[in-house]
Ligand binder design. Structure first.
Ligand code: APR
Length: 241
């Protein structure tokens, strides 16, 4: 199956890749839905990844994001991130990388034009529409930092459950899904929409779809081929050449 998928890579002028937390697992970054080690095994997504959760307990949520930022500062891109970045460098303009990850590891590996559907964990923005007094660079230190004039809180620049995806980014991702001849779906449970819908859109538009995942995912049924294995092992083989 790996050889067939490899021939599809070689034949495809336009390739889209949709990645999820599993692509960073081999770097030592926890996924969300792993039954033992996933973040959602320990925390409730409603508490840590919604605006309501942040408003209810801003300190707890801020500290959790700070913990994740600190963790990311100590890890490195792995062979999967590198294989994607190197393919983009060898074949300019051929591979569009769409990620649900906020960890910045694709960019650190050297990937360009990464479509970050769920924002970036190292970005900050104001919780409420900023007034003239809210200057992000002057935010008073705290957990979270805040505007010392009006009390507005700083929040991480990620997309929480119930929030809209950045529209231009999502439109570019949909365009890539519609135009590609091949979509690789790497390291995602395929449980969160609209991101997961991109694989179904790609298939409906005529692309071949290949899932790379060591475990069953909710997108297996959308795939022409399912490769069971770790991204850091499979992607370097698939994208060689
Ligand atoms: N290589 C490839 N896939 C792997 C690996 C690996 N080494 N290790 C684990 N996986 C797979 C798991 O089998 C699982 O299917 O990665 C997937 C991770 O799934 P989730 O934890 O659900 O992460 P993801 O699909 O990215 O979540 C989507 O949900 O919590 C929100 O906003 C958050 O962007 C996230 C979104």
């Amino acid at each position: 199956m790996l050889d067939i998928a490899r021939s599809w890579v070689q034949q495809s002028q336009r390739i889209a890749v949709l990645t999820g937390a599993g692509v960073s697992a081999e770097s030592g970054v926890p996924t969300f839905r792993d039954a033992q080690t996933g973040y959602w095994a320990q925390f409730r997504a409603e508490d840590m990844a919604t605006e309501e959760g942040f408003r209810a307990h801003p300190e707890r949520v801020w500290d959790w994001y700070q913990y994740r930022r600190d963790l990311l500062a100590g890890v490195h891109p792995n062979a999967a991130h590198q294989a994607l970045a190197e393919f983009q460098q060898r074949h300019p303009g051929r591979l569009t990388l769409i990620t649900q990850n906020v960890d910045g590891l694709h960019q650190r590996a050297g990937s360009t034009g990464v479509l970050c559907l769920h924002g970036g964990i190292f970005e900050n923005r104001w919780l409420d529409a900023p007034r003239a007094c809210c200057r992000i660079e002057h935010a008073a230190p705290g957990h979270p930092p805040y505007c010392d004039r009006c009390g507005n809180l700083v929040r991480p620049g990620v997309v929480w459950f119930g929030e809209a995806l950045p529209s231009a980014t999502f439109e570019a991702a949909e365009q890539a899904a519609h135009q590609c001849a091949l979509m690789l779906v790497v390291g995602t449970a395929g449980a969160v929409y609209p991101a997961a819908g991109l694989a179904r859109q790609a298939r409906a538009a005529g692309a071949r779809v290949v899932v790379l995942n060591p475990a069953p995912s909710e997108l297996d049924d959308a795939a022409h081929a399912v490769l069971r294995g770790a991204a850091g092992t499979l992607l370097p083989h698939l994208l060689a050449g």
